[in-house]
Design a protein around this ligand. Structure first.
Ligand code: FEO
Ligand code: CA
Ligand code: CA
Ligand code: CA
Length: 569
């Protein structure tokens, strides 16, 4: 294959011809290990995997639908004590301690179909619904490298958070009538936890994406304008929860507004299992894919976020002040700030449009800032944000460039400069640069790549989704959708300077590759294999062939370089 052109990408790629079929393939320079498949006990000694799980067991086992995740290192006191410890990418190569072998892994469980989780299309009773609900949400597990392999260990802070876990609201919508039901039930649960983020103060952020699909209507119901805009329907995604759990029944007047309690970014402390997960309402309510946090000018915390729906928007949140100062004053930087939606002009410039009730156009339509945030999509509609081709992950590169995957949009009929394909079956990646160190109201942008341009080549991929910019200028790209050239979903690495792309890993038939995090030394990378075989063992049964059970299981894949080098090199 010739000498590598990129200085950043030194590994042998997975050839197109090897990237298909029922087994994963990895670069000849790398190894992988399977960790925490769906149904494993949360800690050693917990209820053993069996299929289908009981509701009680599932609440103490790893959930399904492995997606976004983050590794929080332990055993490094200096770093734990530094409020900046989540920025440890810059320490790569300098740290030698236990933090590269031991940590808390916070991981999302986006979804599992009833067929996969329950072994039947629809629940027969509330107990079936509880099993499905407990398979959703997220896990926090403590993991350790013992010898050459990683395993779970007993932990004071391991926990499951699922659809019935008590949660709290914070920020401008907390306490508002829009979050209260006539029944007076307390807020419970998090749903369809897709991608993620993490804060400089060491907490995990889990993002609620397709929450609409868990609601349905058992009786007469017609969607309000807001319910329509957020995609609610009488049957949802056919989970059937509403048939046995009134909380998810849109036609049950006692639970009016329950749906407003989902669609938020949720903050979780991976080092305190007693902490109540907090929904941070200042970041707006939409189908949150992920949240890429960075530090802007004046140490303000900045969050870039996608809303994964055809023709929906890219958002940015900027905290009001220096995040350390705010925390010292007892305020969460994620509760006080401005929310913006992106407008991409055809000339390569753009504006951040503030979603504020002080804007007369929004004041004419919404009663207060809480309404603006709860119906952020509709507020962004009013302001003329640019409809995008399904914004998925965002990531901030060390030079301040921000990348966002636009996974695909089969329904686009009119192209614009930021969404140049009509239709766009294979997606693209857009890149922008804020004009004022992430806190500005304007930016410049360009198209980093169009996935279709790679088809028929050794770099072939489609439907980019998961994304991570490493500190050296690499961009890790994960895919979710029909690949061309016979490939399974995959992870590739791009050199953002040369544009060269190389395939590091391919999954199995029917899966999606998503979720990405590394140890501080970047010598261990964790990614996820979601819905292998789409849950059907006749399509792909990974890793079931390894563990002797009968159905495919979503799992984490631990990747190392054979020579112990930095991942991606
Ligand atoms: Fe859950 Fe948009 O991916
Ligand atoms: Ca995704
Ligand atoms: Ca996707
Ligand atoms: Ca997914």
């Amino acid at each position: 294959r010739g000498r590598p052109r990129s200085r950043l990408l030194g590994f042998a790629p997975v050839p197109v011809a090897e990237g298909n079929g029922p087994w994963p393939s990895i670069s000849a320079d790398y190894d992988y290990q399977v960790l925490i498949p769906w149904g494993e006990p949360l800690e050693p000694g917990g209820p053993a995997y069996q299929w289908p799980p009981s509701a009680a067991d599932q609440a103490r086992q790893i959930g399904i639908g492995h997606d976004g995740m983050w590794f929080f290192p332990m055993d490094d006191k200096a770093c734990r004590d530094d409020d900046d410890r989540a920025h440890w990418g810059r320490h790569a190569g300098r740290w030698q301690g236990g933090e590269n072998r031991h940590g808390m892994l916070a991981i999302n469980h986006e979804f599992g179909t009833n067929a996969h989780v329950l072994g039947k299309a629809m629940p027969d009773n509330l107990d079936d619904v509880r099993t499905s609900q407990h398979a959703h949400g997220m896990s926090v597990v403590e993991i350790k490298k013992v010898g050459r392999s990683w395993r779970q260990v007993e932990s004071a802070n391991a926990r499951r958070i699922h659809a019935n876990t008590p949660v709290a609201f914070s920020g401008p919508v907390a306490g508002h009538a829009l979050l209260a039901t006539p029944n007076g039930n307390i807020p419970l649960g998090t749903l369809n936890n897709c991608a993620n983020g993490h804060t400089p103060w060491g907490t995990y952020l889990t993002c609620e994406e397709n929450f609409n699909g868990y609601f349905g209507a058992s009786g007469a119901w017609s969607a309000t304008e807001a319910q329509k805009r957020y995609g609610f329907s009488a049957n949802g995604f056919d989970y059937g929860w509403h048939l046995f759990d009134r909380r998810f029944d849109l036609s049950d007047e006692d639970y009016r507004n329950e749906e407003n309690r989902f669609g938020w970014v949720v903050e979780v402390d991976p080092f305190d299992a007693t902490q109540t997960p907090v929904k941070r309402t200042a970041l707006g309510r939409f189908k949150h894919e992920g949240v890429a946090i960075t530090e802007g000018r004046g140490k303000r915390v900045v969050a870039y976020m996608g809303d994964d729906e055809r023709f929906d928007y890219i958002y940015k949140f900027v905290s009001d002040d220096n995040w350390k100062k705010m925390r010292r004053a007892g305020k969460s930087p994620l509760d006080h700030g401005k929310l913006y939606a992106a407008k991409f002009n055809d000339d390569g410039t753009g504006q951040w449009l503030e979603l504020s009730i002080d804007n007369p156009a929004l004041a004419a339509r919404f009663a207060d800032q809480a309404e603006v945030l709860t119906y952020a999509r509709m507020a962004a509609d009013v302001l003329g944000a640019t409809p995008m081709d399904r914004p998925e992950w965002t990531t901030v590169a060390p030079n301040g460039d921000v990348y966002c995957t636009l996974t695909n949009n089969s329904k686009r009929t009119v192209a614009d400069a930021a969404n140049p394909m009509a239709p766009n079956p294979d997606g693209h990646i857009i890149r922008w640069h804020d004009t004022d160190q992430h806190v500005g109201t304007t930016f410049t942008w360009d198209i980093f790549l169009i996935a279709k341009d790679t088809h028929g080549t050794e770099d072939s991929f489609a439907s980019p989704d998961g994304l991570w910019a490493d500190p050296d200028g690499r961009l890790f790209i994960q895919t979710d959708g029909g690949q061309k050239d016979g490939l399974n979903n995959q992870m590739l690495v791009a050199d953002t300077k040369t544009g060269e792309i190389r395939r590091l890993f391919t999954g199995v038939s029917g899966d999606e590759i998503t979720g990405i995090t590394v140890t501080p030394d970047r010598r261990t990378l964790f990614i996820n294999m979601q819905h292998p075989g789409e849950g059907d063992p006749t399509v792909a049964n990974f890793p079931a062939e390894l563990d002797g059970v009968t159905v495919p299981r979503d799992c984490t894949i631990v990747i190392t370089r054979k020579d112990g080098g930095i991942i991606g090199s």
